[in-house]
Design a protein around this ligand. Structure first.
Ligand code: G3H
Length: 535
């Protein structure tokens, strides 16, 4: 699994970047403000081959804002909210959709730049970077359709015990949206756009890597929304978002990252019960391989499930537990399949393993493998765990036991730990004991056993996959988790719900009240009691 980093001259013309992008603007209150203070250097996981050896490629830099600028951005969002009376929260649904559709036109025009930055900043392959971009656009388009449906449905008049009522979905207030580095565009925008479409002004803090890729979209974010509706800040989390949370003015925290970071942020908020949280957190998804599983199918799903984007997916399969009767064969087949994967640069065709963006990641992964080896496991694939600069060759580690860190820790990288069980109950216990509860994959054929496994685990995780890898999509399916893995449910429809709350307009069922409701609706005399999609 050798990898060869390129010289500057070897980077294909189509994927070359120009001079480093020194980004000094940030977006507050409808203006791109210039920052003249310290900058955070952005380097690529794609190293450059030079006569002096492998060197990091500097991609540019972003502002290291302080709490002062961050709080100014928050205040701009608070003004746009204006206790729910601002232009954005009171705007009709059709007009809000219009703003978002204008942004989508501008966003599509910058596809190539964003895709290129995704490749350079986080090492995502061309195919996956394009997929991330297109999936994000589709997500927003489908969210718009779902919102029209919500708007249409909300005009129903309910009658109960002499009271008539209309239930409306209203926004919650100011949302702070923060995404993760593995899906820096998709997971940030798939919370930000539902939040916006429901009428919440937003402060966006880009992910720790994949941060420059917001720059090509900054002008469009400024031009397509009223002032203060979208604000974008940069800098260290503690200094920037810490101050925002302490202010108590954040109404919704939309955060994809670790449960520790989410807890630390939530604790800073002085009015905890007023804060709504939408969180996608740690996961250690298990793949359970039963004695009667179709091993070729299981191997194929497990390899994709464990190693897509180098295992840097919250939904990745992070521990495989295999019935002892088939464990050796499964491990051999999986090793053979892993050996066929190609490592290389993100622009190379057929490559699925690429350099890792976190600077300390290869050392961390090496430590996990060493710990497993000390406790009796082996790396069973040739070259597994070899480090070349920022590249870590995928390691298949077998047999992994509870004594090892790999059993418990979310590696979020290219290690495939395989453990063994004798009794199905042992596998169920592993699911139950885990502090995480995002998803699970079960590979097997006996319907009776599958039924038993579903019933024993469905209350532990948000999704049980049968003979299929764990994954977020299709995006219309609910995406959530139990225990320390998530708070709230996301999907094209659910996201609109989590960024809003139902409010009821009720009245005694009299002719005069009916007339009043009708007059308000038809005369468009209320922002809340209104509909743009009645027909
Ligand atoms: O990293 C977490 C993502 O939501 C995973 O999404 O399963 O589509 O790769 P995915």
């Amino acid at each position: 699994m050798n990898i060869r980093f390129p010289t500057e001259a070897e980077v294909p013309e189509a994927f070359r970047l120009g001079a480093p992008l020194e980004q000094r603007e940030y977006l507050v209150g409808g203006q791109l403000l210039r920052w003249d203070g310290p900058q955070n250097e952005v380097v690529s996981p794609v190293l450059m081959q030079t006569p002096a050896g492998l060197v990091p490629k500097v991609l540019g830099s972003t502002p290291l804002l302080t709490s002062k600028e961050s709080l100014a951005a928050l205040d701009a969002a608070v003004r746009a909210w204006d206790l729910g009376r601002g232009a954005w929260p009171t705007m009709g649904v059709a007009a809000r959709i219009d703003h978002v559709e204008r942004f989508l036109v501008a966003m599509r025009a910058r596809r190539a730049e964003v895709v290129r930055l995704l490749m350079w900043e986080i090492g995502k392959t061309l195919k996956d970077a394009e997929k991330e971009f297109d999936r994000t656009v589709d997500y927003v388009v489908e969210t718009i359709s779902a919102l029209k449906e919500v708007d249409r449905d909300s005009t129903k008049l309910l009658h109960e015990q002499g009271i008539m009522g209309q239930v409306r979905r209203v926004p919650l207030g100011v949302a702070l949206c923060m995404g993760p580095y593995n899906y820096p565009l998709n997971e940030t925008f798939s919370t930000m756009f539902p939040a916006l479409l429901m009428g919440n002004p937003v402060v966006l803090k880009p992910a720790k890597f994949g941060v420059l890729l917001v720059q090509p979209l900054l002008e469009a974010l400024r031009d397509c929304f009223p002032p203060g509706v979208v604000n974008v800040i940069y800098g260290r989390g503690r200094e920037t978002v810490g101050a925002l949370m302490e202010s108590g003015k954040v109404d919704v925290l939309a955060f994809i990252g670790t449960s520790k970071a989410a807890s630390d942020l939530k604790k800073l908020h002085p009015r905890l019960h007023r804060l709504k949280s939408v969180l996608g957190l740690d996961a250690k998804n298990l793949g359970l391989v039963m004695a009667d599983a179709d091993l070729d199918e299981a191997v194929s799903e497990c390899v994709t499930g464990a190693l897509s984007f180098n295992g840097q997916r919250c939904t990745a399969l992070k521990l495989l537990l295999v019935h002892r009767s088939v464990a050796e064969v499964f491990a051999q087949k999986l090793t053979a399949a892993v050996s066929k994967l190609r490592a290389g640069m993100p622009w190379e065709a057929g490559v699925s393993l690429t350099p890792l963006p976190e600077p300390t990641k290869t050392a961390y992964l090496t430590g996990l493998v060493a710990d497993a080896q000390q406790h009796g496991a082996r790396v069973i694939n040739e070259g597994g765990g070899e480090v070349t600069g920022t590249h870590f060759a995928p390691a298949v580690v077998y047999p992994v036991t509870r004594a090892m860190r790999l059993w418990h820790e979310e590696q979020f990288g290219p290690i495939v730990p395989i453990g063994v069980f004798d009794d199905v109950q042992d596998a169920i216990d592993a699911v139950v004991e885990s502090p995480f509860g995002q998803q699970l994959s079960i590979f097997g054929r006996d319907p009776k056993e599958l039924g038993h496994l579903i019933d024993s685990t469905a209350h532990q995780v948000g999704r049980v996959n049968l003979n299929t890898q764990c994954q977020r999509g299709p995006d219309s399916f609910p995406f959530n988790g139990r225990k320390d893995s998530a708070e709230g449910t996301l999907s094209i429809g659910d996201a609109l719900r989590v960024f809003s709350i139902r409010t009821l307009i009720a009245a005694k069922n009299t002719e005069a009240n009916k007339r009043a409701v009708r007059d308000i609706l038809t005369g468009r005399l209320s922002a809340v009691l209104s509909s743009d999609y009645l027909l």
